[in-house]
Ligand binder design. Structure first.
Ligand code: NDP
Length: 289
């Protein structure tokens, strides 16, 4: 059997979890990180610390990148381009679809293949069941390395366009960060009234538990472009958001977040959608294109 080998470049919390998962599964792992000391625990477990990024790339065909963004990849790999020919770069760093497409072209210019990945797991979920990663790029390259990639998480291949995995990842982050910030905002307002996060947790959690049903209810209507105003009307939504903003300012809490919502609701009403469902705001958002 062919020896299973991989290089991991970038040893933040995510890259470390990935290198550990490969070690757990018996891979021969070469690592490199700008801050070399982050490799210490991995080296103690048997990973090889490359003397340079170029040596790390030269060591193995499969090169996993786990970096803050794609700019970090260029900073690391520009001095190492001589080693890129014949390599498969699996870029699991977060960035935009356009930057992923640029990176795929850049890799091809240096004789390397590029797979884009968007990891849907926190570091403790790496190597565990239940987590997955979006991938896009050349299908044959993905399939040739799927077994190794599934050491990290399950895989969800989105298509040949290198931007697709980044796009699906950013769509998830869009929902994630706005939801996290709304939670923190509610916690700040509660705190102004002497109510702690753990007291409102069951109510917030219950509300979020109902959201999948709500999303499922709206998705076909959004696909059809229908916002009939049958179960809710935008005018009601506007009044509701005004109440949230006022509750926030009365509590002396930063109102930037609900004020941004309020501005979008007001634009919807100004566009003549007061009697439509609040989902009609998607048309307001699309109109900015
Ligand atoms: P970090 O930002 O903590 O670490 C990223 C790595 O990038 C480090 O090894 C760091 O090196 C390196 N790096 C950053 N800038 C440069 C640069 N200019 N030159 C060289 N090296 C650089 O990220 P994480 O490990 O948490 O995550 C990695 C990727 O995975 C990110 O894109 C993140 O969005 C994504 N992700 C993370 C999740 C998480 O929960 N952590 C969840 C899902 C995805 P150094 O050690 O020297 O600073």
């Amino acid at each position: 059997m062919r020896e299973r080998t991989v290089t991991v470049i970038g040893l933040g919390p995510m890259g470390q979890a990935m290198a550990n998962a490969f070690l757990d599964r018996g891979y021969r792992v070469t690592v490199w990180n700008r801050t070399a000391s982050r490799a210490d625990a991995l080296v103690a477990r048997g990973a090889a610390l490359a003397v340079s990024a170029e040596a790390a790339v030269a060591a193995n065909e499969l090169v996993v990148l786990s970096l803050t963004d794609y700019q970090a990849m260029y900073e690391i790999l520009e001095p190492a381009v001589a080693a890129l020919a014949g390599r498969v770069l699996v870029n699991l760093s977060s960035d935009t679809p356009e930057r992923a497409r640029d990176a795929a072209r850049w890799a091809a210019d240096h004789g390397a293949q590029h797979l884009t990945g968007g990891v849907q797991a926190a570091p403790p979920g790496i190597g565990q069941p239940g987590s997955f990663t979006f991938y896009s790029g050349p299908k044959d390259v993905f399939e040739a390395h799927q077994e190794a990639l599934e050491v990290l998480t399950a895989t969800d291949y989105r298509g040949e366009d290198p931007g697709l995995a980044a796009l699906f990842y950013q769509l998830q982050m869009d929902v994630f960060w706005t939801t996290v910030l709304s939670w923190l905002h509610a916690v700040a307002v509660a705190d102004a009234h002497g109510i702690a996060a753990d007291e409102i947790l069951p109510y917030a959690a219950n509300l979020l538990k109902g959201l999948p049903d709500f999303l499922a209810f709206t998705a076909p209507r959004l696909v059809a472009g229908e916002h009939p105003g049958d179960v809710d009307r935008l005018s009601m939504g506007l009044a509701s958001v005004e109440h949230v903003v006022r509750t926030t300012t009365d509590a002396g809490v930063d109102a930037a977040l609900p004020t941004a919502l309020l501005e979008i609701f007001r634009r919807g009403v100004a566009a003549g959608r007061a009697g439509d469902s609040a989902t009609s705001l998607v048309e307001v958002l699309k109109a900015a294109r």
